[in-house]
Design a protein around this ligand. Sequence first.
Ligand code: HPA
Length: 272
Amino acid sequence: MKSIEKIDCAADYIRSRMAERTLDTGIILGSGLGNYANTLTDPIEIPYSEIPGFVTSTAPDHRGILIIGEKEGHGIILMSGRFHYYEGYSMEEIVFPVRVMARLGVKRLIITNAAGAVNADFSAGSLMLVSDHINLSGSNPLIGPNIEELGTRFPDMTNLYDSHLRQTILDKASKCGISLHEGVYTMMSGPSFETPAEIRFIRTIGGDAVGMSSVPEAIAGKHAGMEIVMISALANMAAGITGTPLSGDDVLEASVQMEDAFTKTVDIALNA
Ligand code: HPA
């Protein structure tokens, strides 16, 4: 089966489960940020295991459920649980749901993640709106035959995280009293956390935060013509900054604690 046929097969299946709903926004929830899903009304839950072509999430706290719901007049398709490169999935598998969302009519994709703060002026427990990214994963989701039905072979990434949209989000967050940093997200493959030397390298090349996800989805979303917003929950200071060893459990706990500001910020991005 051609890639686009597989994508359309999944899109048809989801359409068959969502009745007459219209979708405009996709949301991908990162580690520890799953509770946002409970804020949607009239949810329809579809386990990934039931959707043709979807793989399953194996990462801790990633539920593996697609939720179709409504919020503030928006038709939302939300991934509670994403796929990571470190789980052993191919880039194509990781971005498959994003491409399905594009075929379902989604115009804006809000990608969220937990990340480590590389910029020493940022503090753990705060949020960062991503202004740009650096892809150090060693791969790219668009490698392979181009899917012409979705987008062009060499898509432009100049204004991937639209500057006007970011300004609107920053202004609204500031009015709501949410401290929202802005900066560059760097993707490493993981699953080992970075070494202090890698963090110094990332800082030198212009990274403000580091994480193990999100960049593939952003590239594939942009390729398919979507508007991309990315929000990082800075769960910890990156390796070597405070000297404290990093743990996945601490990252999850820290993200959960940011729930309130995170929910408000995603809502701002939804309506910006
Ligand atoms: N590094 C990579 N990924 C992360 C981190 C980190 O420090 N914190 C949360 N996700």
